[in-house]
Design a binder for this molecule. Structure first.
Ligand code: F6R
Length: 637
């Protein structure tokens, strides 16, 4: 391996705010722009190589992250006649043991996501083989290394990053000179894959992976990351120490490694989180609030007790000079935070609303709560939904995707066994039901891991989620006639990590919106991974709203974003905080518990809401039991 430290980094001068970053990090508005830029780089390399009559050797990754990149390569092939005949590829990894026809094998993934749509010769494709016998693994891994060498080494290696910081499957503890080998998968990595394999027990325990050393030998490396879920690990890899605890941090040692990330994945970088520590900033209202919150948390002091020295000694002298003294600044920010708190999420009728998050009129409001799947709504805003209903608003719950992929087989089995029990062994009246239950139970038992659920099983899973949603809504005071199951097609036709919006779904949501004409809309998914259910539901809704943007009623509608799977809103982004009393919190928990098929996520909601209340208390505001929070979303801005 060449000595990378001796080589000059090609980063050129960094801006002041990037100086804490030890890897060149390009932040794009979204994954679309980022993957277009990467695809153009591949194209340029391909042309360069062609001039020298050499093939381009590309290292490839799987998972959700590279999906938009592969779509762009396919588009280039189809629409711009780019040929990939002159490309050789080496994939990073494969589960072990796994057969090549298993629907979750990376072999299948690559065929479906890229290879069968472009003109790369089959012989040019290399993917570690997860089906070989254990005794053959070592020799095969060595042969993989040799094949890379024989091809001339990797010109450009494309990477994603796991929540453990892994690149390829190099879990924590992998050394910087590791080579292609068999590795035991980390518990977090297996949990992340559990949904794909329909249960943790089906996820292979091992994987074959190129080593960190293999990856570092590539001449150019681009790591991509999208969505807020990746923000924390991206920041550790880019700004933290080089260590085998986060394999991606080894990329700091490579002279031509870059991160291509979207805004959401960049949100934990210092330049976004505390830009004042990196240099001079322009103090917007949101940044000032961010800084004061940060100082209050850092010093464990309520906002109103911060003094000028606190600002001066913690890198915020510019802020206190510009907007101080501390006393004035503290009061302003304290008031801002206080004005986010409301027990009237639909607006308080007959009250002065100049300092309230939501306008008083019209009253009552027609409210549309968009939930990507049943559960998201109750999880994030069950207390708020209940308040809206009890304050007389007309609340409608819209479940965009059926959620049938997220139901464990055990739930269906339980339901079918109850059906069998009701039917009894001999009852003539229930003969059909019994046969139906017997048939589906056989289907469940005979299910192989290489195929998805059959349609009848998926339908039952969807029905179970509908029932759970209805029960939960009833607890919160919403009757079934106010519930809409949209069963969006992108979800029914797609699969995890590969969803994309369908035009028919947009039409469906347009129709619903036109029928409802709500005054207030709650939605989520804006900062989620672009291939996730949440993001696609958000995007479908956004596209529908764009089509309706000239409608008068839409101009008067207010929008509130909530978070589910992403990290909770940072305090300075909160525009509305709805406190819950202990009784309201227990009611919400009762609603959440109706979603039996989602039981693993139940407790997180309570913790989150209590944690938010503690934070408000810490800033020096009233001490509540729990708080649900929302960010205002201004349409088309
Ligand atoms: C897969 C691979 C992994 C993934 C990582 C992120 O070939 O190399 O390192 O890139 O686990 O996975 P996603 O993109 O699904 O979040």
């Amino acid at each position: 391996m060449r000595n990378m430290k001796d080589q000059a980094k090609p980063h050129g001068r960094r801006s002041e705010e990037e100086q804490l970053e030890k890897i060149k990090t390009c932040v794009f508005p979204s994954s679309v722009e980022a993957t277009k830029a990467l695809a153009q780089e591949v194209l340029a390399l391909l042309r360069e190589k062609e001039k020298d009559s050499k093939p381009l050797v590309l290292g490839l990754a799987t998972g959700s992250t590279p999906v938009p990149f592969y779509r762009e390569l396919i588009r280039l092939h189809r629409e711009e006649s780019v040929s990939f005949k002159n490309m050789i590829t080496f994939n990073l990894d494969e589960y072990y043991p796994i057969s090549r026809d298993h629907r979750e094998s990376y072999y299948q993934f690559m065929q479906n996501q890229l290879f069968k749509h472009i003109d790369i010769p089959a012989d040019n494709v290399h993917i570690p083989d997860g089906s070989m016998g254990r005794e053959q693994v070592f020799a095969d891994c060595q042969a993989y290394e040799e094949a890379i060498e024989k091809a001339g080494g990797i010109d450009l290696q494309v990477l994603g990053i796991g929540n453990t910081g892994h690149i390829g499957f190099n879990e924590p503890g992998s050394s910087c000179d590791s080579v292609t080998r068999l590795i035991t998968l980390d518990r977090i990595t297996r949990q992340d894959a559990a949904r794909d394999f329909l249960g943790l027990e089906n996820v292979p325990s091992f994987a074959l992976t190129m080593g960190v050393g293999t990856i570092l030998r590539a001449r150019r490396i681009v790591l991509m990351a999208w969505g807020e879920k990746k923000a924390a690990i991206v920041a550790r890899a880019v700004e933290g120490p080089v260590s085998d605890v986060v394999s991606a941090s080894f990329l700091q040692e490579h002279p031509h490694a870059s991160f291509y990330i979207d805004e959401a994945a960049a949100s934990e970088l210092s330049r976004k989180k505390f830009p004042w520590l990196a240099g001079s900033v322009s103090w917007t209202p949101s940044l000032s609030r961010c800084a004061v919150n940060w100082l209050s948390t850092r010093l464990e002091k309520p906002v109103l007790k911060l003094v000028d020295e606190d600002y001066n000694e913690n890198g915020l002298s510019e802020l206190v000079t510009e907007q101080g003294p501390a006393y004035t600044l503290n009061i302003r920010i304290f008031n801002e935070i206080q004005h986010t708190i409301t027990g009237w999420p639909g607006g308080k009728p007959e009250a002065d609303d100049s300092n309230r998050p939501e306008r008083a009129l019209p009253y009552p409001k027609k409210v549309a709560v968009f939930s990507p799947e049943p559960f998201a709504d109750v999880f994030a805003m069950g207390g708020t939904i209940n308040r809206l209903v009890s304050q007389g608003h007309d609340v409608h719950l819209i479940y965009q995707a059926s959620g049938n992929l997220g139901v464990p087989d055990g739930e269906v089995e339980k339901f079918l066994r109850v059906l069998q029990d009701i039917a009894g062994p001999n009852s003539k009246d229930w003969e059909k039901q019994r046969e139906f239950a017997d048939h589906l139970l056989r289907m469940l038992k005979g299910k192989t891991q290489t195929e998805p659920d059959s349609q009848p099983i998926r339908e039952i899973k969807g029905l179970l989620r509908r029932e759970e949603a209805r029960e939960a809504a009833l607890v919160l005071g919403i009757v079934p006639t106010r519930i809409y199951f949209q069963d969006l097609l992108f979800y029914e036709k797609g699969r995890y990590r590969q969803f994309r919006p369908e035009p028919a779904d947009v039409d469906k949501i347009v129709k619903l919106l036109v029928d409802l004409q709500p005054h207030q809309i709650y939605l989520t998914g804006k900062v989620a991974d672009p291939s996730s259910v949440e993001y696609n539901c958000f995007r479908v809704l956004e596209l529908a709203l764009e089509l309706l943007k000239k409608e008068d009623w839409l101009g008067k509608c207010s929008f509130w974003l909530y978070r589910v799977h992403e990290k909770e809103l940072e305090p300075h982004k909160i525009d509305m905080a709805v406190p819950l009393s202990p009784d309201q919190l227990s009611l919400k928990m009762r609603a959440i518990h109706q979603h039996q098929s989602q039981s693993t996520q139940v407790l997180i909601s309570e913790d989150r809401n209590r944690e938010m209340a503690r934070l408000y208390d810490h800033f020096g505001l009233a001490e509540y039991e729990a708080i649900e929070v929302f960010q205002r979303w201004r349409l088309f801005q």
